[in-house]
Write a protein that binds this ligand. Structure first.
Ligand SMILES: Nc1ncnc2c1ncn2[C@@H]1O[C@H](COP(=O)(O)OP(=O)(O)O)[C@@H](O)[C@H]1O
Ligand SMILES: [Mg+2]
Length: 250
């Protein structure tokens, strides 16, 4: 399953969501994160990797997929897992993305979940990975401008025949009306709400996904619900406590 994590605006948390959700999905099946943001890649930055080979080299035919994929062993609580990463580091230069669909198709044969961290906006750098994916999730922050930008992504996606599978509200601080607006305007499927947490930055500072660094935190539980929903497990949205919503496993 090729899953795109997209957004209108940059900096809404696509990379954060992609990597953290991927760590949890890796307990359900083989999972790889592809840094599809070749112009402004940051998966390797967040994870403190200095990859000798990466996606641009694969696209240019200078490296094989095997050479460019990194296996990161992680422990979530007591459970061990391995997350595979196809980063996009490298010098800023013109990168031809034409081979991208082939690359993810190849990965799809070998992995249960191919999570593509897509560039923000609607340039060809964003649209090609979106076109190559089977499921598209749009990340928004609970702000009107961010939701507005997210709406543009769905209309452009649908103009190229792609439907958005769900919306993810990230950095939630209790803005219930805005979460509902995102659901109404972007996707009926509110795939998840991930709260604002200082632990996110704290974990990146040590080069780790927060679900690894702080597995029992509330924000990690938000991602667990999101991961289960993305994996197609039955979930139910319920109003609950301070966060107003939680996605409860049925
Ligand atoms: N739920 C959250 N709570 C607090 N900070 C967050 C959260 N999600 C993301 N951030 C912070 O926002 C910044 C941008 O996140 P990032 O995942 O790099 O966004 P994008 O990939 O969309 O550009 C990072 O500094 C990250 O630590
Ligand atoms: Mg990013």
């Amino acid at each position: 399953m090729i899953i795109a994590i997209a957004s209108g605006k940059g900096g809404v948390g696509k990379t954060t969501i992609s990597v953290n959700v991927a760590v949890l999905l890796s307990f359900l099946g083989r999972t790889v994160v592809v840094d599809g943001d070749v112009a402004l890649p940051n998966v390797h930055v967040h994870l403190n990797l200095s990859p000798p080979a990466s996606l641009p080299e694969v696209l240019k035919g200078e490296a094989s997929l095997k050479e460019a994929i990194y296996e990161l062993p992680f422990k979530v609580g007591k459970k061990e897992t391995t997350l595979h990463i196809l980063p996009s580091s490298g010098p800023l230069e013109k990168i031809d993305l034409d081979g991208f669909p082939e690359v993810v198709k190849e990965l799809d044969k070998d992995y249960d979940f191919v999570i593509v961290d897509v560039a923000a906006g609607l340039s060809k750098y964003a649209l090609l990975p979106i076109m190559a994916s089977e499921k598209i999730y749009v990340v928004v922050n609970p702000e009107k401008a961010s939701i507005e930008d997210g709406k543009r992504v769905i209309s452009v996606a649908s103009s190229i025949g792609k439907e958005v599978s769900g919306v993810i509200v990230n950095r939630y601080k209790g803005e219930k009306a805005l979460a509902e607006l995102a659901q109404k305007e972007i996707s009926e499927n509110l795939a998840g709400i991930v709260r604002e947490s200082k632990l996110v930055k704290k974990a990146w500072e040590i080069g780790k996904p927060f679900v690894v660094a702080f597995p029992s935190s509330a924000v990690s539980k938000d991602v667990a619900k999101l991961a289960k929903n993305m994996a197609g497990m039955k979930t139910e949205i319920k109003k609950y406590g301070k966060l107003k919503y939680f996605l409860r496993l049925a």
